[in-house]
Design a binder for this molecule. Structure first.
Ligand SMILES: C[S@@+](CC[C@H](N)C(=O)[O-])C[C@H]1O[C@@H](n2cnc3c(N)ncnc32)[C@H](O)[C@@H]1O
Length: 342
């Protein structure tokens, strides 16, 4: 029996929900096939796991810090505090749960933590390590009635960037997709929980980006131009970023913005640590080199774009460079609007 199928039965303290909580959540039925490019990106990124790079979002660093993990752990603790995951039995859902660092930190606080994720490699890693994770598109949760009201708080840490594709922007669906994501988070939260929160962290775009730039091959764009970096990023990762204020508009009527925090510098520092570790990995970690090599054998086109984007043109770093970087990382704390019937 997999971890995800095991039943955890504990009282939900302080949630107003008296009966024992069964966490035997069924696998959500497939509703929307996830974008192939996004799934594949995490197959390629799996090479980082050999270097113990198992956290793929921003960090929160202090001047005395000397490791990536210090900043990452501080960021995870910030997110858990924001949803008030600080008592045994707290029921947490993470959308896009990566290698499960947040789920693990929540469990250490006594929480019941559940993740959904489209990456088969990451879901296997989590479930092999005792973390309850389901492989599905978070959009499948819209119809997963058995999941409604099962959580005290929801976190999406760095997954939102993948939810909208440039094709969605061109067909005018961008805001609808974000709005639906807030509706889903709303449905997941137990209506009896007082002051429930949903927390998101997401890269936002500071400069104009036409979806057409992302859909044009990078090698047809001028070298070092914004449009070339955008094209490389999209064709490796699959996604499109919101602009400041857009999520707040899309959150209605389900959530209201309670707090916004700029985490751009923390993201840049975390990236610098990851890049330095990856560069050392070329010389010191044959398993990393093997995973990258085998990605090239199996998925040549996508691996070529990833290599060009990350190592050659350094588009990932470019996002946070300079005094006025093209992107910023925003953390948002959303307060549930209890009057909305979702
Ligand atoms: C940048 S990683 C962040 C992972 C993790 N939260 C962390 O901080 O390390 C984005 C995560 O979102 C997941 N993801 C992207 N799109 C998704 C979707 N539509 N449904 C579920 N998970 C998704 C990816 O597989 C990946 O685990």
């Amino acid at each position: 029996m997999s971890i995800a199928q095991k039943i955890i039965s504990v009282p939900a303290e302080g949630s107003g929900f008296k009966s024992p909580l069964g966490f035997a959540l069924p696998q959500p039925k497939s509703r929307i096939i996830p974008k192939k490019l996004v799934k594949l990106c995490y197959t390629l990124v799996h090479a980082c796991e050999t270097l113990k790079i198992r956290d793929l979002a921003d960090g929160e660093f202090r001047p005395a810090d000397t490791t990536l993990e210090q900043g990452i752990n501080r960021q995870l603790n910030y997110l858990l505090d924001e949803v008030a995951c600080n008592r045994p039995g707290f029921r947490l859902l993470e959308i896009g749960s990566g290698y499960g660092n947040l789920l693990k930190a929540a469990k250490e606080r006594g929480a019941l933590a559940v993740g959904v994720n489209i990456s088969s490699e990451q879901v296997k890693f989590c479930n092999d390590n005792g973390l309850q994770t389901y492989q599905c598109n978070y959009r499948d949760l819209l119809n997963a009635k058995e999941w409604y009201g099962k959580f005290d708080g929801v976190i999406a840490n760095g997954s939102l960037e993948h939810w909208v594709q440039p094709e969605d922007v061109l067909s005018g669906k961008m805001n609808d997709i974000y709005n639906e994501s807030f509706q889903i988070a709303h449905k997941m939260i137990d209506p009896n929980v007082a002051n429930a929160r949903y927390v998101t962290t997401a890269i936002h775009v500071n400069r104009e980006v036409k979806p057409e730039f992302l859909l044009t091959p990078w090698y047809k764009q001028p070298k070092d131009s914004d449009r070339r970096h955008f094209s490389l990023l999209h064709n490796w990762m699959g996604g499109y970023y919101p602009v400041s204020g857009q999520l707040e508009e899309c959150a209605q009527p389900y959530f209201s913005l309670e707090k916004e925090m700029d985490g751009t510098l923390g993201y840049k520092i975390a990236n610098d640590y990851r890049m330095a570790r990856m560069m050392r990995g070329w010389y010191t970690n044959p398993r990393m080199v093997w995973r990258i090599f085998s990605s090239f054998l199996r998925h040549y086109q996508e691996s070529r774009v990833m290599f060009q984007c990350y190592f050659v043109e350094k588009s990932w770093d470019w996002q946070f460079l300079g005094e006025d970087p093209p992107m910023k990382l925003l953390r948002h704390t959303w307060k549930l609007n209890s009057s909305s019937n979702g």
